[in-house]
Design a protein. Structure first.
Length: 176
């Protein structure tokens, strides 16, 4: 497991260096996306799937915004017909993603055999410990309140940022 962390950390460092050093804005955005994907995998491997999902959602929204801004500013990144660096990088990223997916699915519990250590305690003790009639509300609001609040704030901030950047009202027309 430690070697996997080192490989993932190396992948994120390389992606950061590419994002900083490349002259092509679209390549920089893709490299930033690869680093964000590495961060979400790190959260997943550290046992925080809820934070990993939130990271993926924020990463996808950020990439949509950044790619739209990049295409708006620099159309040369899309007009080129063949870019070997982009193709090789994309294939390497796809291969890494497939390897990570195979590894993640290999560690899942078999279908029909749920792993319910924490959830059993939540279900058996929710009514007595929280006083909530609804077990789901008791878990979300009592056991995981700060986590739920943090996730809601991250999602709200990312959606608000996307709306602010993608809106058309109030923008000045572009003169070319």
């Amino acid at each position: 497991m430690l070697i996997l962390f080192h490989i993932l950390l190396f992948f994120m460092i390389i992606g950061s260096i590419v994002a900083i050093e490349t002259k092509n804005m679209l390549s920089a955005v893709i490299a930033v996306g690869a680093v964000g994907f590495g961060v979400s995998l790190m959260f997943l491997f550290l046992g925080a799937p809820d934070i990993a999902i939130t990271q993926v959602i924020v990463e996808v929204l950020s990439l949509v915004i950044l790619i739209r801004a990049t295409v708006y500013i620099d159309n040369r990144a899309i007009e080129r017909k063949f870019d070997s660096f982009a193709i090789i990088t994309g294939l390497l990223f796809l291969g890494f993603f497939i390897m990570a997916a195979v590894w993640a699915f290999g560690d899942m519990t078999p279908f029909g055999e749920p792993l319910m250590r924490v959830s059993r305690r939540y279900l058996s003790g929710t009514a007595a410990e929280t006083g909530a009639v609804n077990a789901v509300a008791g878990v979300i609001l009592d056991y995981r309140a700060y986590d739920t609040l943090g996730e809601a704030m991250v999602l709200f901030a990312s959606i608000l940022g996307a709306l602010v950047i993608l809106r058309n009202r109030g923008k000045k027309p572009v003169v070319k």
